[in-house]
Design a protein around this ligand. Structure first.
Ligand code: GAR
Length: 200
């Protein structure tokens, strides 16, 4: 009997370059998975555009559309269930995922963070702020981390991590670009690892 492919939802807020890298890697590595839903707090962004161009369902959902935070969280869980989502991949999603959603996907939600967690994580540490902090701290290496998501920001168990050098003349932007390139290989590898764990 054929087992069905693992159904993935990606959560994005921006360019979605990690989303694109995941999408391509699933095809190239022939992983037994498919991205079927893109959720964003922004109606228009690179990630949403890419989803639309590739026949992936999109959902623009924010707290502001609802009377209460609970209603927002419940609706998100309902939509994920409607799409029969097995795993969630946060890929540049710049909002905290509601606890109710985290609770509905135990050990089934990953996030990518552009630093070597537990260093340079937590509230306020996202995007370019992370790389600025790494340079200010005088680090000689940084990297990217894929970790499981729990209720505490950037604190879930680490699944995979890879380092990149910090060069003497780096700016936050040059460092961000080097880390992002690393992320594009790391996230597919972490997904492959999670799929293997789930099938073993
Ligand atoms: C990536 O560097 C990702 O690690 C970071 O935002 C960027 C999104 O780029 N995420 C965070 O900082 C989350 N705390 P992308 O939209 O091109 O994938």
């Amino acid at each position: 009997m054929m087992t069905r492919k693992t159904r993935i939802a990606v959560f994005c807020s921006g360019n979605g370059s990690n989303f694109k890298a995941l999408f391509e890697a699933i095809r190239n590595k022939q992983l037994p998975a498919e991205i079927v839903l893109c959720i964003s707090n922004r109606s228009q962004c690179g990630a949403m555009e890419f989803a639309q161009q590739n026949g992936i369902s999109t959902l623009h959902i924010t707290e502001k559309q609802f009377a209460s935070f609970d209603e927002f969280a419940e609706t998100m869980v309902e939509r994920l269930k409607e799409h029969q989502i097995d795993i969630i991949l946060l890929a540049g999603y710049m909002r905290k995922v509601p606890d109710a959603v985290v609770a509905a996907f135990p050990d089934r939600m990953l996030n990518i963070h552009p630093a070597l967690l537990p260093k340079f994580g937590g509230e306020g540490m996202y995007g370019i702020h992370v790389h600025t902090a790494v340079l200010e701290a005088g680090e000689t290496e940084t990297g990217a981390t894929v970790h499981f998501v729990n209720e505490e920001y950037d604190k879930g168990e680490i699944l995979l991590q890879r380092t990149v050098p910090v060069l003497p003349d780096d700016t936050p932007e040059t460092l961000a670009a080097r880390v992002l390139e690393c992320e594009h290989r790391l996230y597919p590898d972490a997904l492959e690892k999670l799929l293997a764990l789930r099938r073993s």
